[in-house]
Design a protein around this ligand. Sequence first.
Ligand code: PHE
Length: 456
Amino acid sequence: MQPAKHEHWSSGFTFLLAAVGSAVGLGNIWRFPYVVAENGGGAFVLIYLAIVFVFGIPLLMSELMIGRSSQKPPLSAIQTFGRGSRAKKLWNALGWSYLLVPLGILTFYSVVAGWTLDYAFGMSIGTFNNLEDGASASMFQDLLQSPIKLVFWMTLSIGITVGIVARGLKSGLEQTVKILMPALFVILIILVLYASITGDFAKSFAFMFEPDFSKITPELVLMAAGQAFFSLSLGSGAIMVYGSYLTRDISIPKMAVGVALADSGVALLAGFAIFPIVFAFGVDHSAGPGLVFVTLPIVFNDMGGIGQIFGVLFFLLLAFAAVTSTISLLEPMVAQLSEEGTFKRARAAIYSGAVLWVVGVFVALSNNILSDVHPLGFLPLFEGKTIEGVIEFLSANVFMLLNGLLVSVFVGWSIKRTVTLEEMGLGDSVLFKIWFMLVRFVVPLGVGFIFYDVVL
Ligand code: PHE
């Protein structure tokens, strides 16, 4: 059978919608606000933004470049470039890591995406109306304790993702982001306007932008780096595979800057949608992962009738943000199987979805029935971690950073400078030299240092 044809984005704008769609996800709207709250506000935001610009943009450019220049999915792309190199084996391993990390992320991401579907549905049928004190926390616990619910919503989330990816780049991914991304922005703006009119905007602004420098510790820098990588979809094949569908007339540096600005912009906006109302209602803002699932239903409930509408909007926003990310996480594997292998795209999507589902069930159940299973628990680093904990730690904290580190070495030292020079389209300018210097020295040393601190 002929391998599937390699499609291209209709325009730079549709690429941008898709790449921003990948970057903007649960990481921005669910994770960012609670991580900011847990890490003391302004200082964290400042370090996070610095990492996005100094490490994030150069890495986005590097990954887009590998994808576009090779016109192949991540594993084959990295293998192609690595072929002539002395470190061929290392690059081969890097390719595999770029293929498998997104699937690892998808296993737990699909479970959380399922929570957002459950909440959007629950909000719309009024499950969260007239909440008694404490009811919101116990409803969240009930969800986590229910194997059936978790698996049901996760299955729906994976099903939607498979359905979209199976249809291909133009009729699947592009169509989806063209509808969901504008909807996402509109909902977010409505929520921010509402929060800033009714909530405590001034306090939120001070909380997010007035850094208390005494709070900056090595741990805070680590958290900020992890958040930045995850939020920009780096080190995971998503950006690289999207880069492979870029045509040559599109400027990689411009696209990378666009993605970084939009992604951090949305994270900050999510903060401004959540903190003002959280502060105004005097609920605990450092509620951890439960911040949006436990705290916000209380706030929406206190608002009366209109609260339900905002509640539905908010959880739909989360669900949309999740879908435009999950499709980018499944795409590397599906593209690899269908373009480089002999599978039809739809089959490739279904098979990958099936494998994902099986692992996903274990991840979902590690919240309840399997909560006492601690794989790798004999290693100090993994002590007490559940199946979910191990997969999340390995894919999001270890391999994403490691991939980012290695890819910068790959682009900076292994791929020919003439290739990078041409792909960037900046000429041999100061900008190109700055990028090249960041990728050769600053990113590997910086990420290496952070990695050393987290893992070793
Ligand atoms: N960037 C997404 C988010 O913030 C998650 C993601 C990671 C998507 C890696 C694709 C690849 O939610």
